[in-house]
Design a protein around this ligand. Structure first.
Ligand SMILES: Cc1cc2nc3c(=O)[nH]c(=O)nc-3n(C[C@H](O)[C@H](O)[C@H](O)COP(=O)(O)OP(=O)(O)OC[C@H]3O[C@@H](n4cnc5c(N)ncnc54)[C@H](O)[C@@H]3O)c2cc1C
Length: 547
C-alpha cells in the first residue's frame, strides 16, 4: 500500500487573487486554521478588476449583489456608489477586503504558477512558479478565473502596426489618452459594448469592426440611492438567501408567466417596462421561457430588434446592428449605456467585417476586403479563451504524469466543475461544469469556496489525505450539463460558452446551465451522502471508508 511519507510544506496552494483566491485564503487560513499560500500573476489583488481597466469597464451585476456575503460586518460597512459599479470601485472593494482580513501577507504577487504536479507517493502537489518557487502542498485550489486568459486573434500583419494596440483585458494602469486619435475597436462582445460609447467620446474618430451584431439591454445606470442601500442592508440575509437559491445568483422571484400566454399588447407592455427599468431584469423578470422556448424567445428578440431600428437613425447602419443570426440569450446577455445611440455620432463608423472580413493589419491601420482604415490605435475587445484557457496555460499533471490539457483536449471534463478524475486534491473554483459565468459570480465563488473548505475540513477531521472525483460520476455530470444545455438557446450561437471564439477549440458547452439553486442542492446532496462520486482515503491506491 502506498502511504504518505512526507509532510507537505503547506496545507494548500491557492492560485489567483481575485474574488475566488481572496475568499479561499481567508477561509482556509482564518476559518480552518490551515497554512495557505496564494500566488498571483498581477502585482496586486483584484483579478478581473485589476486587469480590465478599459474605458467604460464596469460590472453588469448590481453592486449590492456583486460582493461577498461571508462577513456580516463587511456587508454593513461597505457603501457602493454606483448601481453597476465601475472597475475602480470594485477594485477598491477588493483592496478593502484584502486589507480588512490581512490577506496580502499570504499572497505572493508578480508570480505566475507555471506547473503543478501530483506526487502520488505522498499525496501532495508540487507547485512551481516563474519566480523559481517550488513548494509542496496537500491541496491546490485554483481561483484563476473563467475570463482571465486574454485572446487576440491571429490577424495577418498584426506585428507590423506602427500605432499603439491594446487588449481590453490588459489595459495600461496609467490609462490611454485617446484624444485626437483615430481608434479602431475590434469586437462587439461585452467589453466592446461597454468601451465603444466611452471611446467614442474621447477619440477623434472611431471605427468599430463588428463581426457579430449584439442584443443589448440598456443598463439605466445611476448612483445607489441611500434609502435603497439601507433597506438592502437591513434585509441582506433574506436577499442573499434568495440569490443563493435562484437561477442566476440574483435575488429575483421566479416568473411564472409565458411570453406565449399573454396578448401581443400585454407582452409589448411588459417588454417596454423591462426595457425602461433596464438591466438583466429584462431576462429574469419578463417571461419564464424566453431563454428556453424558441417561439417565446422570438418575441423578445424581435422587440430588441425593433428598439435598435428605433434608436439608430441611419437605416443602413441600424440593419447592420440588428442581430438576425442568433437568438437573444444564446450568447452572454449584455447590458449597455448608450451603445446603439453611439452609432448616431458623426465620429463613429460601423464596419461590418462579417461581409467584408479583415484581410490584414498594416503599419497604418486595418485593411478589410473592401476598404482600408487609417488608425492611430487598435483596441482588441476580443475577449478570452474562456473557462479552460487559464488552466491550459499551467502544466497541470495528475496521476501517472497525465496532463490536464491532454485530458481536456476534446473539451473540459470535471465532476461538478470542481474536481477532475485523475487529479486528486485539486479543486477548481468556478471550473467548467459549474454555474460560473452563467451566474452572478460572487454567489458561485462563495458557494464553491464554502464547499471546498467543507471537504478539506472533513478530510482533516477524518485523517484523510486524498480525494478524487470518480470517473463515472464525472462522465455522468458532463453528460448532464450537455443535456440541459441542449434545452436552451445556448446551443444556437457561436459563443465563447462553446469555445467558438478560439480557432480549433472543441465545441463543448462549458458552464452548467441548470441554475445556481439546483447546483447548490446537488453539491449539498453530494456532501450529505459522504461525498458521493468522490473517493476519499488516506492512500492513493487503497481508499478507506469515509466514516
Ligand atoms: C470585463 C468583465 C466584466 C465582467 N462582468 C461581470 C458581471 O457583471 N457579473 C459577474 O458576476 N461577473 C462578471 N465578470 C466575471 C468576473 O471574472 C467574475 O465576476 C470574478 O471577478 C471572477 O473572480 P475570480 O477570482 O474567479 O477570477 P479573476 O478575477 O479572473 O482572477 C483570477 C486571477 O488569477 C490570476 N492567475 C491566473 N492564472 C494564474 C497563474 N497561473 N498564476 C498566478 N496567477 C494566475 C490572474 O492574474 C487573476 O488575477 C466579468 C468579467 C470581465 C472580464
Amino acid at each position: 500500500m502506498a502511504t504518505s511519507t512526507k509532510t507537505p510544506d503547506l496545507d494548500a496552494v491557492v492560485i489567483g487573487a481575485g474574488f475566488a483566491g481572496l475568499y479561499m485564503v481567508h477561509s482556509l487560513r482564518d476559518e480552518l486554521g490551515m497554512s495557505a499560500q496564494a500566488y498571483e500573476a498581477g502585482d496586486n489583488v483584484g483579478g478581473t478588476w485589476y486587469w480590465n481597466r478599459y474605458p467604460g469597464a464596469r460590472c453588469d451585476s448590481e453592486s449590492y449583489m456583486y460582493c461577498f456575503s461571508f462577513d456580516k460586518a463587511l456587508m454593513q460597512e461597505w457603501n457602493w456608489s454606483g448601481k453597476y459599479p465601475e472597475q475602480p470601485e470594485i477594485l477598491s472593494y477588493l483592496n478593502h477586503v484584502a486589507d480588512r482580513f490581512d490577506l496580502r501577507k499570504n499572497i505572493q504577487f508578480n508570480t505566475r504558477v507555471t506547473s503543478a504536479k501530483f506526487d502520488e507517493a505522498n499525496n501532495m502537489w508540487e507547485v512551481q512558479t516563474d519566480k523559481g518557487d517550488k513548494v509542496t502542498a496537500r491541496f491546490v485550489v485554483t481561483g484563476i478565473g473563467c475570463l482571465s486568459a486574454g485572446q487576440i486573434p491571429n490577424i495577418k500583419g498584426r506585428e507590423t502596426f506602427k500605432g499603439d494596440s491594446y487588449h481590453t483585458g490588459s489595459w495600461p494602469h496609467e490609462g490611454v489618452n485617446l484624444a485626437g486619435k483615430r481608434v479602431g475597436v475590434i469586437g462587439t462582445g461585452s467589453s466592446g459594448v461597454q468601451s465603444i460609447p466611452v471611446i467614442a467620446q474621447q477619440a477623434k474618430q472611431l471605427f468599430v469592426f463588428q463581426r457579430t451584431p449584439q442584443y443589448t439591454i440598456p443598463a439605466r445606470h445611476g448612483t445607489v440611492d441611500k434609502a435603497f442601500l439601507d433597506d438592502v442592508k437591513s434585509n441582506y440575509d433574506e436577499i442573499w438567501d434568495k440569490a443563493r437559491h435562484s437561477t442566476g445568483g440574483f435575488p429575483v422571484d421566479p416568473i411564472d408567466r409565458s411570453a406565449l400566454e399573454v396578448s401581443e399588447e400585454e407582452r409589448k407592455d411588459i417588454y417596454e417596462t423591462a426595457w425602461k427599468e433596464g438591466g438583466f431584469k429584462f431576462v429574469f423578470g419578463s417571461f419564464k421561457d424566453i431563454a428556453l422556448d424558441r417561439r417565446a424567445n422570438d418575441t423578445a428578440s424581435e422587440f430588441i430588434r425593433s428598439k435598435i431600428r428605433e434608436i439608430v437613425k441611419d437605416p443602413e447602419t441600424a440593419e447592420k446592428l440588428v442581430p438576425v443570426d442568433h437568438p437573444f440569450t444564446s450568447k452572454r446577455a449584455l447590458i449597455d449605456t448608450n451603445y446603439f445611440d453611439t452609432y448616431n455620432r458623426d465620429n463613429v463608423t460601423l464596419v461590418d467585417i462579417r461581409h467584408a472580413p479583415i484581410e490584414e493589419i498594416t503599419p497604418t491601420g486595418i485593411k478589410t476586403e473592401d476598404a482600408e482604415y487609417e488608425l492611430d490605435v487598435i483596441v482588441f475587445a476580443t475577449g478570452f479563451d474562456a473557462m479552460t484557457g487559464s488552466y491550459n496555460r499551467i502544466d497541470i499533471r495528475g496521476r501517472d504524469g497525465a496532463a490536464l490539457k491532454d485530458k481536456w483536449a476534446g473539451g473540459p471534463k470535471a465532476y461538478l466543475g470542481v474536481a477532475s478524475a485523475g487529479f486528486p486534491n485539486l479543486f477548481m473554483i468556478t471550473g467548467p461544469g459549474s454555474p460560473s459565468v452563467l451566474s452572478n459570480m460572487p454567489v458561485s465563488i462563495e458557494q464553491h469556496g464554502e464547499w471546498i473548505s467543507g471537504v478539506i475540513e472533513y478530510m482533516h477531521e477524518h485523517g484523510q489525505t486524498v480525494i478524487e472525483a470518480d470517473q463515472q460520476a464525472e462522465t455522468e455530470w458532463v453528460a448532464h450539463v450537455n443535456e440541459i444545455a441542449e434545452q436552451t438557446m445556448f446551443m444556437l450561437a457561436d459563443s465563447w460558452y462553446l469555445g467558438a471564439n478560439i480557432p480549433g477549440k472543441p465545441r463543448v458547452f462549458m458552464p452548467y446551465p441548470g441554475g445556481v439553486g439546483a447546483y447548490r442542492q446537488k453539491c449539498d446532496e453530494v456532501t450529505a451522502g459522504g461525498y458521493t462520486g468522490f473517493t476519499l482515503g488516506a492512500s492513493t491506491r487503497e481508499p478507506v471508508g469515509v466514516s
